[in-house]
Write a protein that binds this ligand. Structure first.
Ligand SMILES: *[C@@H]1O[C@H](CO)[C@@H](O)[C@H](O)[C@H]1NC(C)=O
Length: 222
């Protein structure tokens, strides 16, 4: 390898390493507790509180022992503990959720644009899965989970969990982002604001346009 080739190799390696850090950047100080600032300037993440004013409450949340109310259309409830609840999570690249499922309830197909998820089932029986990308032929990776079982949903993949038992189910999950985000597929596609033209979705989903309108009436907010 010549000197210029070695330099190019090092440059490409550096680029690859920086690209692998494309999500929630690592902290550049002990902590960077988020603070609300009303002056209209935004950063990628949150502003940091003066470290001298940081206290234990900034790293604390209480109440994840309380079940969410699953009395809704899908029969599940996600309680999120991210940087909005714990400002000390700012720049840490992690967050947590509690998921409650009514008997036969589900956490419908959705994706997290900014984080992978690792879920542990505490109670009940779940049928879970994710679908890989077009490039991987949209393969379904699915499992039935029992208490103590763990399953991973890779970043960006559409995934779901269904309670297949007749008792409520309970899971906790960690996410590799301070704010992983959620896109629920049915709501985003059929309930966008404003609505996507029904003719567009009829062609995309190979459905009668009246069925699309029916779905839009269900998911649309206006
Ligand atoms: C989830 O549970 C909380 C607490 O009971 C409740 O305030 C919230 O409305 C529920 N969310 C849904 C989508 O049902």
């Amino acid at each position: 390898m010549t000197v210029s080739h070695s330099l190019m190799f090092i440059a490409i390696l550096g680029l690859v390493i920086s690209l692998t850090n494309a999500y929630d950047p690592s902290p550049l100080q002990d902590f960077c507790v988020a603070i609300d600032d009303l002056n209209g300037v935004f950063v990628n993440g949150r502003f940091c509180k003066d470290p001298r004013r940081v206290n234990p409450e900034d790293f604390f949340f209480s109440g994840l022992n309380i079940p969410g109310n699953t009395d809704n259309q899908v029969g599940s409830n996600v309680t999120t503990v991210n940087v909005d609840q714990i400002p000390g999570l700012n720049t840490m690249g992690i967050s947590l959720v509690r998921i409650d499922y009514a008997p036969y309830g589900q956490n419908p197909p959705h994706t997290h644009p900014r984080g992978s998820e690792i879920l542990v089932l505490i109670k009940g029986t779940l049928y879970v899965g994710f679908v890989s990308s077009n490039q991987d032929n949209n393969r379904l990776f699915a499992k039935v989970l029992h208490p103590g079982d763990v399953f991973v949903f890779p970043i960006g993949m559409i995934h779901f969990q269904v309670n297949i038992g007749k008792i409520p189910a309970l899971a906790f999950a960690g996410l590799s982002s301070q704010n992983a985000g959620v896109i629920t597929i049915a709501n985003a596609v059929f309930g966008s604001n404003p609505l996507i033209y029904p003719e567009v979705l009829a062609r995309a989903f190979q459905l009668d346009v009246n069925i699309v309108k029916e779905l839009q009436a269900k998911f649309g907010s206006i």
